[in-house]
Design a protein around this ligand. Sequence first.
Ligand SMILES: [Zn+2]
Ligand SMILES: [Zn+2]
Ligand SMILES: [Zn+2]
Ligand SMILES: [Zn+2]
Ligand SMILES: [Zn+2]
Ligand SMILES: [Zn+2]
Ligand SMILES: [Zn+2]
Ligand SMILES: [Zn+2]
Length: 338
Amino acid sequence: AKLHVLSCDHRLCANCAAEHIVKRRKPVKQSDYVCPVEGCGQQLQQADVKALLSEQEYETYLDSDLKELDSANFRRCPTGCGWGMLLEDALGTSAKKPARNGEVGIDNKPLSMEAIRHRDHYRFRCRRCPNTEFCAMCNTSPYHLGFTCEGYRAHKAKRKCRFCGSEVAGDSQLILKEDSKGNKKALHKVLHARCVDYIPKGASIQALLDLVQRTDELGSLCKQEECVKRAAEACTRVMECGHLCLGTRGESVCLGCLQCGVAEGQGADEFCNICWVAELREAPCVKLKCKHIFHKHCVEKQVKSKWVGARVTFGFLECPLCKQHMEAEAIQDITEEG
Ligand SMILES: [Zn+2]
Ligand SMILES: [Zn+2]
Ligand SMILES: [Zn+2]
Ligand SMILES: [Zn+2]
Ligand SMILES: [Zn+2]
Ligand SMILES: [Zn+2]
Ligand SMILES: [Zn+2]
Ligand SMILES: [Zn+2]
């Protein structure tokens, strides 16, 4: 049988050693994995454990006591399922696949060579929760396809259109220039451009800066006609939590915060149940009398064109979720016509 030499210089039959280490001693933490020779008991090195034990036993070892592991060299599944691996093992086993035809990153752009290399090295799938992909380098989940970790951080920091998510240049009148932070007039100008209609009289510079910060999303708007139109229809109020109202401009009662999820359980990143192609955050929304929330333009379209969506019903005036008659402050005139 194969001989294995441990760091304590004990030579062991690999099969017997494995048997002694795992079956006889029943180790629970990593310091329990020791040389099985009577009177030695020296703790095994990771490489020895890996060489001697089965893959499953090795995983048990890795899981057994993470505090003993050099955390800079260990990666855990970000869901907290408990699965983890040594980075060096991970790098050895990652599958190298060429870019699929038309494969694009999260920014919808084709993968660069650098991005392909990064993907091949650092994109991992948890073995316990196979739908979880993550970056073994920065632990971001899902994996930031199309970017290196560094590039992804820069991408996240960039301004993106609040409706379509495309990157926005920072030169519009909606955006405060760095050197205008102490200038009351400039602050007012930016806030007016953002249609913030509740600037308190005699507000201090700090109060104005706070408002600019809270409405920063309002300033992130691309120049596409569709997005500009949506911005003009969007509510400009900021909730107490500091998030933007995603409702319709001029509504007398706001939706409740869709980002904190307090608006009747419907969240900003859930699909609109009428169009099914866009998240609620992507256009101004209305809350019907039944309290369900949809894109305003989708409700209007459904009412106007008697379009009934994926399911065939004759209920074009019914809420697609609860079948109650569609009524809302912002679309009253339309439902009455209909
Ligand atoms: Zn020994
Ligand atoms: Zn997992
Ligand atoms: Zn990363
Ligand atoms: Zn846009
Ligand atoms: Zn509102
Ligand atoms: Zn909120
Ligand atoms: Zn919609
Ligand atoms: Zn409803």
